[in-house]
Design a protein around this ligand. Sequence first.
Ligand SMILES: [Zn+2]
Length: 268
Amino acid sequence: MQTIDGDRGTPISRSASARANLLAWVVLCSTVLICALIPRAAQAGEGTLSTTTIRVPLTVHVAVEDGNAVVDDARIEACVREANAALARYGVSVWVRAVVELRDTTTIETPDQRLALAKVARRDGSVHVFFVDRVELATARNGDQRVSGMHWRYHGLSPRVRAREYVAVAHNAPRTTLAHEIGHTFGLGHDEDVDNLMCSCKRGESPSFSARQGRRLRSGARRFLDRARPRAQPRRVERVRFSRAERIELVRQVRAPSRAERAPRTSR
Ligand SMILES: [Zn+2]
């Protein structure tokens, strides 16, 4: 945080009253600046200051089976609380922006089902969390393998789902599963320590993130917010790359053809 370095353009009188006035102005300006900066830093949620908590929204999708949600609000809250208990000490938190009903999907088993969810997980700045009945990863080698959760991210080229990602959690997964999958979302890999939240194993009683993981989580949360930002805004125009002459040339290349140019060149 910076403070104003006085009013350099104003001649300074040596009289005591002038000095008092100047001091009053410096104090006033500093106070105004500090008041202006503090709320902005708090709202930014992206680490403007090193002590600012990075707040990442969640959009929670809940599968419905036979008219009943596979998890209730209390269960969702418990998972979120568990995640925040582990994230808080590293200046990261998650909060539920919306809870919506997930239609037509209760289990995630096949590549097609995983891809279908990517279309639901729009890029809107939030981590999409799907609570479903069952998550299974079918592989040729292992066959169907039930898991408690997964983090999925698309690396293909289809423009409809490019760079989409989400988290899926089985309805009966341990409460720590959401924190584990959020860890993946923010860039963490697996750890073998049973007391570590990133252990892909039966975790201990109160697993946590290590300090090293905490630092990665913080930068990973920032990177997530950046890549998950909606892309509705117009792209920034690159203005320094071309000289004026080259830009004119480019305009010529994309100019709409005249009527004469549009006329068919071959006759029937
Ligand atoms: Zn994992």
